[in-house]
Design a binder for this molecule. Structure first.
Ligand code: T46
Length: 142
């Protein structure tokens, strides 16, 4: 889907267990400015319901499973994050909702900017208008 992709991180495995290093620019395409993690999410709770104007992020279910709806005015997809070695890259102008957090699931998020509430679009109608314009302009640039 446009502005989104699955990223697979290389595991380092030995007889002590597994480890995944994430370093810019080797495994991460943007310099990291912020991390946060979401956990203790009860059954039936859905988070997100917004897009970002510019922010780029990678979502990783470092423990347990989490579903993520990614959506534009033209298409939508549900991705289930099931393994700490898989990340979901979400670029600008993608509506996202995170749901079906498995008991104990921890969703780690790597972001290329500090927290900025002005970068959020939290109203879907507003998002739809801006996203149509954004994707029209990006297709004209190609
Ligand atoms: C996103 C999805 C995947 C901060 O103070 N600093 C932060 O870095 C973040 C992320 C949030 N906050 C505050 C803002 C709100 O008062 O924490 C509160 C909860 O944030 P929000 O309702 O935006 O959380 P989610 O789970 O709906 O969305 C979050 C991120 O905000 C968002 O960027 O893409 O996770």
């Amino acid at each position: 889907m446009i502005n989104c992709k699955k990223v697979i991180f290389k595991e380092i495995t030995d007889n002590r267990g597994k480890m995944i290093p994430i370093e810019y620019p080797k495994q991460l395409e943007f310099p990291l400015k912020r991390i946060y993690y979401i956990y203790d999410v009860d059954k039936g709770i859905r988070r997100g319901y917004h897009s970002h104007n510019d922010l780029e992020q990678i979502l990783i279910a470092v423990h347990g499973k989490v579903k993520v709806l990614i959506k534009t005015p033209f298409e939508e997809e549900i991705i289930e994050l099931t393994n700490p070695n898989e990340g979901l890259y979400i670029g600008p102008m993608i509506w996202r909702e995170m749901f079906d957090f498995e008991d104990g699931a921890v969703l780690l998020v790597l972001a290329n900017h500090e927290y900025d509430e002005n970068d959020y679009i939290r109203d879907y109608n507003d998002y739809e208008k801006k996203a149509k314009q954004y994707f029209k302009e990006s297709s004209e640039e190609k």
